[in-house]
Design a protein around this ligand. Structure first.
Ligand SMILES: [Zn+2]
Length: 371
């Protein structure tokens, strides 16, 4: 769910966020801290909602800090997503050097800790016994925990990324750094799960369960990032020709749309070359069928629906595999045709075959330590 743009960056809210937002508002409203305030139930609920809103604004500020610094270093930002465990800034590209990576990662927790200071000052200014003063004190505490928790060297938390940058600087090898950071992250994530279980057994309550969830989430996210880094390094030196899947069964230029559709169904291909003899005229894809509007598929020629060769976003077979996958992820189309200098279609680099295994947008996943 898109809620708007800040500094030109799309802000998206995952449905899980609404759930956790309502949950925290309710928990806060019924907490001992707010209970001591002699407020009406409606007053407590409004205070809970306001506090919750400011807390999520704080998470957003943390993510914006990552995103704005990344953008200032030339990395485009796809969007910021808020979800149950916090926020994700989706960066389209990798930091080029270790210091850039360290700075992008560190600025998030730094923002949270600065916010903690601001809310603490606000709480003292408002009076620590007033409702808004207590809410500010809570926000100071929550932002402080958020900042410190994210500095844990548990990749893919921010602290893990700082560790990654340091090892990268020392060893001069990005892949080696990923392996080290992922292993340290795994140990810490398992530690969090174990500590969560211990908490649940000996003191009970939701805090232990929350730690287990976070640890489990970190294990998943860290594993995915490591796989991505390893795939990326495996792709180094490969060309578009190496990763292209061979062209699907072509359809002739005089074929109608229903023939193309049947060929797609039968062969499981979403994109077919349209050929006139040996000459490639264009590509027809599953998405082109929307151009049919109210025409019957049997009466429309594929040539009236296809994208012509001249208008195709294509790449030569000698292009680097990484560049073509990046092109694919940015263009929003399902496949990039690989066409050589004689106009012959070599094959397609598709989302299905490569993109799923290699999401090139780098996701900076973070977890909120909402205690
Ligand atoms: Zn962060």
């Amino acid at each position: 769910m898109r809620i708007g743009k800040i500094f030109g960056i799309d802000i998206v809210i995952n449905l899980s966020w609404l759930f956790i937002f309502a949950f925290w508002a309710w928990v806060l409203a019924n907490s001992d801290t707010f209970g001591r305030l002699h407020l009406s139930p409606a007053g407590r609920m409004s205070l809970g909602l306001i506090t919750s809103l400011f807390f999520f604004a704080s998470v957003l500020a943390h993510e914006l800090a990552h995103s704005l610094v990344a953008r200032s270093r030339g990395i485009p930002i796809r969007q910021i997503t808020l979800f149950i465990f916090g926020g994700v800034s989706s960066l389209e590209g990798e930091p080029s050097t270790a210091p850039v990576e360290a700075w992008i990662a560190f600025v998030g927790p730094l923002t949270s800790i600065v916010l903690a200071g601001v809310f603490l000052a606000l709480s003292m200014a408002l009076g620590p016994q007033t409702p808004l003063g207590i809410a500010s004190a809570y926000l100071a505490y929550a932002n402080f925990v958020l900042g410190i928790f994210n500095l844990l060297p548990a990749y893919p938390l921010d602290g893990g990324r700082v560790l990654h940058a340091l090892v990268w600087r020392w060893t001069k090898s990005r892949l080696r750094a990923t392996q080290v950071a992922a292993n340290v992250g795994r140990v810490l994530a398992i530690g969090l799960v174990a500590y969560g279980v211990f908490q649940m057994l000996y003191s009970g309550g939701a805090w232990g369960l929350w730690l287990i969830f976070i640890g489990w989430f970190l294990l998943q996210a860290g594993g995915a990032e490591q796989m991505q880094a390893e795939l990326l390094s495996a792709l180094q030196g490969l060309t578009a020709r190496d990763i292209a899947v061979p062209p699907a069964e072509p359809v002739p230029a005089d074929a109608t749309a229903d023939v193309a559709l049947q060929t797609m169904m039968r062969t499981g291909n979403r994109a077919l070359p349209v050929m006139l003899g040996d000459q490639l005229l264009g590509i027809i894809t599953m998405g082109d069928f929307v151009k049919l509007t109210d025409r019957a598929p049997a009466s429309a020629y594929v040539t009236s629906l296809m994208t012509r060769t001249a208008d195709l976003k294509s790449a030569p077979p000698s292009a680097s595999a990484v560049d073509v996958i990046q092109m694919l992820s940015k263009s929003g189309v399902g496949q990039i045709p690989i066409i050589d200098e004689t106009g012959t279609l070599i094959g397609f680099v598709t989302r299905d075959s490569v993109f799923k295994r290699l999401p090139l947008h780098r996701e900076m996943r973070r977890v909120t330590g909402t205690a």
